[in-house]
Design a protein around this ligand. Structure first.
Ligand SMILES: Nc1ncnc2c1ncn2[C@@H]1O[C@H](COP(=O)(O)OP(=O)(O)OP(=O)(O)O)[C@@H](O)[C@H]1O
Ligand SMILES: [Mg+2]
Length: 258
């Protein structure tokens, strides 16, 4: 397939209200290959969430074109998985029923959806908690349920907006390892927004750095780490230090320029 999984072509987004006009993004051109894992980093308010909303069709650009899997995005797309910053689970539904919500919304055949839910529950280490309610789960487990829900329909593109921001450092590491494994197993394209430079470099093939608002692409760092990435070993690789250093320098400069 020669189509890009996600393609933004000279995109701008302006928000207008009576009180103010905000240019959130300008001249953003970005291409993500099928199966690629791309992380997006940049200062707060630079338009990262806006960019994910564009890719999924939740928002339309003010200028430029957005394409998903080679098709112009003109309305909310069903062929993406979306993980929001907060797990956003329904409190009155069990973990399993929260995951299956995706199937109900899409009217997927229930036998196959159930089978896939079981697979994902096992894959994310939630076995034994499928019948637990969200309040009985830890923050990390809730986020895993949200991840299973986003993956249930086998989306070719997974959009993740700071999915692990609220987790403690150790749980976050575990989630990073799990996400990387899931990405390898499923072959899905991932676009992940994060504030953690280490997370971006450990997970991604490429890290896209954005400028402060109005957000545009400031640069891209290729992560030349092996496909198999042991967490502790990766942290001590010279390439890891090099990539995180480049990103840190950039973000420091972007924040100083604000
Ligand atoms: N629906 C909206 N209406 C008006 N302005 C908006 C809307 N959504 C976002 N903005 C503005 O667009 C800019 C970019 O917002 P966005 O949420 O994309 O930033 P972000 O990079 O995700 O920030 P953070 O890292 O804090 O999550 C901000 O100035 C924000 O105020
Ligand atoms: Mg955001």
């Amino acid at each position: 397939m020669s189509d890009y999984a996600v393609e933004l072509d000279d995109v701008a987004v302006r928000f207008r209200s009576k009180k103010r006009e905000v240019t959130a993004l300008r001249e953003v051109t970005m291409r993500v290959e099928p199966g690629e894992f791309v992380a997006i980093v940049g200062p707060s308010g630079c338009g990262k969430s806006t960019l994910l909303k564009l890719a999924s069709g939740l928002l339309a650009p003010s200028a430029g074109a957005v394409r998903l899997l080679g098709e112009e995005v003109t309305s909310p797309r069903k062929d993406v998985g979306y993980v929001f910053q907060k797990a956003a689970l329904l409190e009155w539904r069990t973990a399993r029923k929260n995951i299956l919500l995706q199937a109900e919304m899409r009217h997927l055949p229930s036998a196959r959806a159930n089978e896939r839910a079981d697979e994902l529950i096992a894959m994310t280490g939630l076995s034994g908690f499928a019948d637990a309610y969200p309040h009985e789960l830890s923050g990390g487990m809730q986020q895993r349920v949200a991840l299973c829900r986003a993956l249930l329909h086998r989306p070719p593109v997974l959009l993740m907006d700071e999915p692990f921001g609220a987790l403690d450092a150790l749980t976050r590491e575990q989630m990073n390892v799990e996400l990387r494994r899931i990405w390898q197993d499923t072959g899905t394209t991932v676009l992940l927004v994060t504030h953690s430079i280490a997370e971006a470099v450990y997970l991604a093939d490429r890290v896209v750095m954005m400028t402060a608002r109005p957000g545009s692409i400031a640069g891209v760092v290729d992560v030349n780490l092996p496909r198999e990435r042991d967490y502790a070993k990766t942290m001590s690789e010279p390439e890891f230090g090099k990539a995180t250093g480049q990103i840190r320098d950039h973000l420091g400069a972007a924040v100083a320029a604000e």
